[in-house]
Ligand binder design. Structure first.
Ligand code: NAD
Length: 262
């Protein structure tokens, strides 16, 4: 299937590694021009890797998504270089783990900045441009925790729902103006972060990484974690013109983890 992405411009945030990088790689494979950002030194290597493997034009901008000025600069530089933004993928690092009693109000404020306000600010920065052109597509990467709380991840369980509310509301407001808005909600997908989490659990529980992976995958009907390539294909399809009637949708990318009928 042709996803219709040739020469489209996709801005993918938090993309030096993991899910963001996988999305950027897949957009590039589909012939899109890609702008990526992250805070880390890995960004330059990732940019080179994506352009070497796909031949696509990739713009890397160092930005911290908790800093409003960085978000403005990120969008401005993308527009200066490519002249347009067709697709925005809002993605960010995960909020820290913890239960209610392990955390303090300051942790909640920091997580709101990282998870909710980064999406809000990215939308404020990009939407005026999309409105001017009368088209665009926005996808927020969140988590399957929006359907069912995950133990010891109360910040993710709580604040990501606000992002889903934002996306559903934007879908109503912006659909009539030609802008599609959706979210994608992954369960366990093998990234460096997940590898770090499994290592941490193995150390804390005095088990092996394989044992910890087995515990997680026992909950998934497909019996395994997703690969980043699978995630890349799903998010790129959802954002692309090929999914032109999918709007206001929270796509569960979860290998069947959520068992509810609807
Ligand atoms: P990761 O840690 O491997 O990658 C995170 C990326 O975010 C990196 O590129 C990092 O540099 C960047 N980043 C972090 N904080 C940033 C900031 N303040 N400003 C700019 N960039 C920043 O994580 P991942 O596994 O790719 O997950 C990405 C997101 O998806 C996270 O929010 C995570 O909680 C969520 N998620 C992941 C999974 C999974 O199984 N991998 C499942 C559900 C939800």
């Amino acid at each position: 299937m042709d996803l219709g992405l040739k020469d489209h411009v996709a801005l993918v945030t938090a993309a030096s590694r993991g899910l963001g990088k996988a999305a950027a790689m897949e957009f590039a494979r589909e012939g899109a021009k890609v702008a990526i950002c992250a805070r880390s030194d890995q960004l330059a290597g990732t940019t080179e890797e994506i352009s070497d493997r796909t031949g696509a034009e990739v713009l890397a901008i160092r930005a911290d998504l908790t800093k409003p000025d960085d978000i403005q600069t990120l969008v401005q530089k993308t527009l200066e270089r490519f002249g347009q933004i067709d697709i925005l993928i809002t993605n960010a690092g995960g909020p820290p783990p913890g239960g209610f009693l392990n955390l303090r109000p300051e942790d909640w404020e920091a997580a709101v900045e990282l998870t909710l306000m980064s999406a809000v600010r990215l939308c404020y920065a990009v939407i005026p441009h999309m409105l001017e052109r009368g088209e665009g597509s926005i996808v927020a990467t969140q988590s399957y925790s929006v359907k069912q709380p995950i133990d010891h991840l109360i910040l993710s369980n709580s604040i990501r729902l606000a992002v889903i509310g934002l996306m559903k509301s934007l879908a109503n407001e912006l659909g009539p103006k030609g802008i599609r808005v959706n979210s994608i909600n992954p369960a366990w997908t093998w990234t460096e972060r997940v590898q770090e989490l499994m290592t941490d659990r193995a150390n804390r529980n005095q088990t092996s990484i394989d044992e910890e992976i087995s515990r997680v995958t026992a909950e998934l009907p497909l019996g395994r974690m997703a690969t980043v390539e699978e995630f890349g294909r799903a998010v790129v399809w959802l954002a692309s013109p090929a999914a032109s009637f999918i709007h206001g949708h929270a796509l569960m990318f979860d290998g069947g983890a959520i068992k509810a009928a609807l």
